[in-house]
Design a protein around this ligand. Structure first.
Ligand code: PLP
Length: 439
């Protein structure tokens, strides 16, 4: 008999193993998830950095139901809809005054695809049709579609589908924690940002269309360079007429303590891509937020044919945009960013305190409501550390906590609404899980 779970595919997972230890989520509320056996878990990663205002948030649900009774679908090929227009307006109000255009999509990858395609079309329409190369960093993840994956720099995710697309070049990420030259944070980021200039010069500035970066790198290990990196990158891009794209699919909408990480970076991009938290996970949504310089290239008479040549059926869906509006209302009405400013450092302090109990922890770092714990790669401390992050992830699930495990790290990005008491409970479940693995 065919096992019902073998009819689906969980991302990046071998279903044969998954069937042995399935995790089927039945319902969720606030920061809690319940599986099909009724077991409760703390959602320490907000889905995957998605459920910013928690699960089944009543005010978001009410707005969605209201919208569903009015209009559930409007074809983006032929029309606009009120929630999309209002959400674009709200997003533009939240970004600097030279951002006045939003292209909606159905998720992060599509938002990235739109940015990459717009960069190519922008140069074609501004007299530089030969600019087509994109420079990105190793260690970045920009999504699973072919363009976004080609921009991504993670060998393990790319290899199966290589050669992928040919016009992507990768430079070293500013990972000062594992700098091959053992440079400190400031020097490492200067040396890495110079690689962009070097790559542009060597490829030929007349061939390079855009640079894309994940301003806080996730898979690379929760790494963010100082603002001098972004300021220098902005200057380099301007010098060579190269567009700068930020992938804020994780960082956008409050995760790092400001609504957009660009506010902390000290330099804004030409296009900023968002997904995940933009609709709080209620309905799939993504967006590319575009500055006036880029937008101008797409504005003209019909006979000029300069309109953006792309789109997706569910981009800017009215229910999804209603969810986006409701999430922003919730942020405003409940002062979510003030809450993150108080509770985020508390989470950081609680995780840092675990170093006393578990001396093999080599670093605890994070910002806003996104924190990670790093363990050593080798066995130097005498404690078994091989693939420790993934083993802690499995142990945590048994202890009623969902987190994100990587070979040497575990990360937390709980719903932004999490309280200090809930953090206490989350960290005590984590301590038990680490203890299960290390002792
Ligand atoms: C930084 C980043 N960019 C883009 C994406 C792609 O988003 P999606 O999975 O919604 O297509 C992801 C997904 O994890 C991501 O983490």
């Amino acid at each position: 008999m065919v096992h019902p779970l073998s009819r689906i595919m969980v991302d990046f997972k071998q279903m044969k193993d998954f069937i042995e230890d399935p995790f089927i989520i039945d319902r969720a509320h606030d920061i809690y998830i319940y599986d099909d056996q009724g077991k409760e878990y703390i959602d320490g990663i907000a889905g995957v950095f998605v459920a910013s205002v928690g699960h089944t948030n009543t005010s978001v649900l009410e707005s969605i139901v209201d919208q569903m009774q009015r209009l559930t679908f409007a074809p983006p090929l032929a029309s606009a809809n009120q929630p999309a227009v209002h959400l674009a307006e709200r997003i533009c109000e939240l970004t600097p005054s030279n951002f006045n255009l939003v292209k909606f999509a159905s998720g992060g990858s599509e938002a990235i695809e739109n940015a990459l395609k717009m960069a190519l079309q922008y140069h074609k329409q501004t007299g530089h049709p030969e600019k087509y190369k994109i420079i990105a960093t190793y260690g970045s993840y920009h999504g699973g579609t072919m363009g976004a994956l080609s921009a991504s720099g993670i060998a393990g995710r790319r290899a199966t589908f290589e050669p992928l697309m040919g016009n992507f070049i990768h430079v070293h990420p500013p990972n000062y924690n594992h700098c091959p030259l053992a440079l400190d944070s400031a020097q490492c980021s200067i040396s890495c940002v110079m690689q962009f200039e070097e790559a542009i010069r060597r490829e030929g500035p007349n061939t390079v269309a855009a640079v894309i970066v994940e301003p806080v790198m996730n898979v690379e290990g929760l790494i963010w360079p100082p603002s001098s990196y972004f300021q220098a990158l902005r200057k380099i891009c301007d010098k060579y007429n190269v567009l700068l794209i930020y992938d804020e699919v994780i960082t956008g909408f409050g995760r790092t303590g400001t609504l957009f990480f660009a506010e902390q970076a000290g330099a804004w991009p030409d296009m900023l891509c968002v997904g995940k938290g933009v609709s709080g996970g209620y309905i799939p949504l993504g967006a590319t937020i575009i500055n006036d310089k880029v937008a101008a290239a797409f504005w003209g008479d019909t006979e000029d044919g300069v309109q953006y040549n792309g789109g997706h059926t569910f981009g800017g869906n009215p229910i999804a945009c209603t969810a986006g509006l409701a999430v922003l209302d919730y942020f405003r009405n409940h002062r979510i960013m003030e809450h993150v400013a108080q509770v985020g450092p508390y989470l950081g302090a609680k995780l840092t305190a675990l170093k006393e109990q578990f001396p093999s922890i080599i670093d605890v770092r994070g910002l806003g409501m996104w924190w990670g714990i790093e363990f050593p790669q080798d066995n130097t401390t005498g404690q078994m550390t091989n693939d420790i992050g993934r083993r802690i992830e499995r142990a945590a699930r048994k202890r009623g906590l969902v987190l994100r495990g990587a070979p040497t790290m575990v990360s937390f990005g709980p719903p932004l609404i999490i309280t200090k008491e809930q953090i206490d409970e989350m960290v005590s479940r984590l301590a038990l899980a680490i203890g299960d693995v290390l002792t």
